[in-house]
Design a protein around this ligand. Structure first.
Ligand code: FE2
Length: 330
């Protein structure tokens, strides 16, 4: 439990869903509901504005806050919630791999990957030189079954992988990792990462695409039907300056197959071209499974993540519909 400001509009709930507890007793995720003692309907926007500093420090210590039970019904309500946080918008225009559509204001659909596909654990836009620091998600339509968003503490994954595969972690930090994938001339809606290069770089002009790619730290090699995008070498971990700890910052767990990317053995490699050993990838998946919290969405849920602390993934959906919206902050 965390000390609440007096007469807060929030009420912290414990045990509503699985939670991890850190050494100093902070829960992951924190779950906040409207304070029933207030006696009238609590707007999430008002509650956020009234407790901004407290929420900031809570997010800093926990990494994830789930707001449940507030009257947030539509994309536009969600946009108001994001605005009430005062965090600056991080526009999702150039460089992202997933297909997203702008819904309203600074709200986008979450990755429109085909429902039967799993989206592996990642820090949002970790491939880019600049990435969002905070992420908001909102459940507009709760999934029938499956489709959980899983969250895991990145520094815990790092520590456990370092214990299990010290040599790999050392190599990954020294040599760095290279990521390669082909993106098409046209978007492929059946692929979770099927955004065409034209959409990815927001141009039809190959030279402009190359210039924009360079700015994003990507190299392009034109191939039939699309372009091979090469990112890296990048260190597989980062140092979180403010919390003084290392975090897992890579996609060793695996790439995503689609029409243009059938052979995933080259999706992640060491800078010298050596592949990531299969047992390392398998063990990282296992550790994620053990450490993650799977959030079962309820309609109206708003989830706030610190993108440097938390990695997220999406489990496949077994029953449609599901509509989760997202908004990123600088
Ligand atoms: Fe994501």
């Amino acid at each position: 439990m965390n000390i609440m400001p007096e007469e807060s509009l929030f009420h912290e709930v414990v045990g509503l869903l699985p939670q991890h507890s850190s050494e100093d007793g902070v829960l992951f995720p924190v779950v906040l509901c409207p304070n029933p003692k207030i006696g009238k309907e609590v707007q999430l926007t008002d509650a956020i504005k009234a407790n901004k500093e407290w929420l900031d420090s809570l997010l800093y210590r926990s990494g994830a806050i789930l707001f449940r039970g507030f009257p947030v019904f539509s994309a536009s309500d969600f946009n108001d919630v994001v605005e009430s946080s005062g965090y600056e918008n991080f526009p999702y225009d150039i460089g992202g791999a997933g297909s997203r559509t702008n819904v309203v204001g600074r709200v986008y659909t979450a990755n429109e990957a085909p429902p039967d596909q799993e989206i592996p654990f990642h820090h949002e836009m970790s491939h880019a030189p600049v990435y969002p620091s905070k992420l908001f998600f909102f459940c507009e339509v709760e999934p029938g079954s499956g489709g959980e968003t899983c969250i895991a503490l990145s520094h815990v994954i790092y520590e456990r992988m370092k214990q299990k595969h010290p040599k790999f972690v050392e190599d990954m930090e020294e040599k760095g990792l290279i990521y390669t994938r082909i993106i098409g001339d046209e978007s492929d809606p059946s692929s979770p990462v099927g955004r065409s290069w034209k959409l990815t770089f927001n141009t039809d002009d190959k030279t402009v695409a190359e210039e924009r790619a360079t700015k994003l730290g990507m190299k392009l090699e034109w191939v039939e039907g699309g372009v091979r995008v090469i990112i890296g070498p990048k260190p597989g971990s980062r140092y979180d300056e403010t919390r003084k700890r290392k975090i897992w910052f890579n996609k060793v767990t695996g790439g995503m197959k689609d029409k243009l990317n059938q052979d995933l053995s080259k999706a992640v490699m060491f800078s010298d071209g050596k592949p990531v050993p299969a047992d390392v990838a398998n063990d990282s998946s296992k550790i994620f499974d053990e450490e993650c919290i799977a959030l079962q969405w309820r309609k109206g849920d708003v989830l706030l993540l610190d993108n440097l602390v938390v990695m997220h993934s999406r489990r496949p959906l077994t029953a449609l519909p599901r509509r989760v919206l997202a908004s990123f902050c600088k």
